[in-house]
Design a protein around this ligand. Sequence first.
Ligand SMILES: Cc1cc2nc3c(=O)[nH]c(=O)nc-3n(C[C@H](O)[C@H](O)[C@H](O)COP(=O)(O)O)c2cc1C
Length: 159
Amino acid sequence: MEFTTDILSVFDKKWALLTAGNEDNFNTMTISWGGLGTLWGKPVATVYVRTSRYTHDFMDSNGYFTVSFYPEECRKALGILGSKSGRDMDKMSESGLTPIKAGDSMSFKEAEVTLVCKKLFKQQLDVANMPEDVAKAKYEGQAPHDMYIGEIVDIIRKG
Ligand SMILES: Cc1cc2nc3c(=O)[nH]c(=O)nc-3n(C[C@H](O)[C@H](O)[C@H](O)COP(=O)(O)O)c2cc1C
């Protein structure tokens, strides 16, 4: 087996879109924190969503979500989706990306890879259990992050 650590920088360097909802009502946002691994014998994706995000409402009210990765030419679209809120405007139209159904959730046609995830677990990151400098820098006066872990039930590659 060849072990590479490229996967460790995928979220941080490439970014991704986290999408939840259905064709009639969904939202998406850019994420750069996340992980891929194994839990309870299942392949899983983990994401961290501040409770203030509009996408957070969709994460709570849907059983599935997707994590999708994009080519470099979509960086500008990911910038828009990560700086504007779907609560205030139709940012998905502004981004120029094309929504598509992905399993029991939604993704975008431009994605190189979409992980379709079934929600398995949610828990809030407890500030009391963090290093003090992180708590101060990331959470003082800011909404907490909820951690969501989803079972990867399908991997859709651009055909
Ligand atoms: C590169 C990048 C990475 C981000 N990563 C996260 C993240 O991991 N978790 C999070 O809660 N917000 C993250 N954000 C912020 C959200 O994408 C941003 O607040 C977005 O406007 C939320 O949209 P919404 O209100 O429509 O859900 C990131 C933004 C950018 C630009």
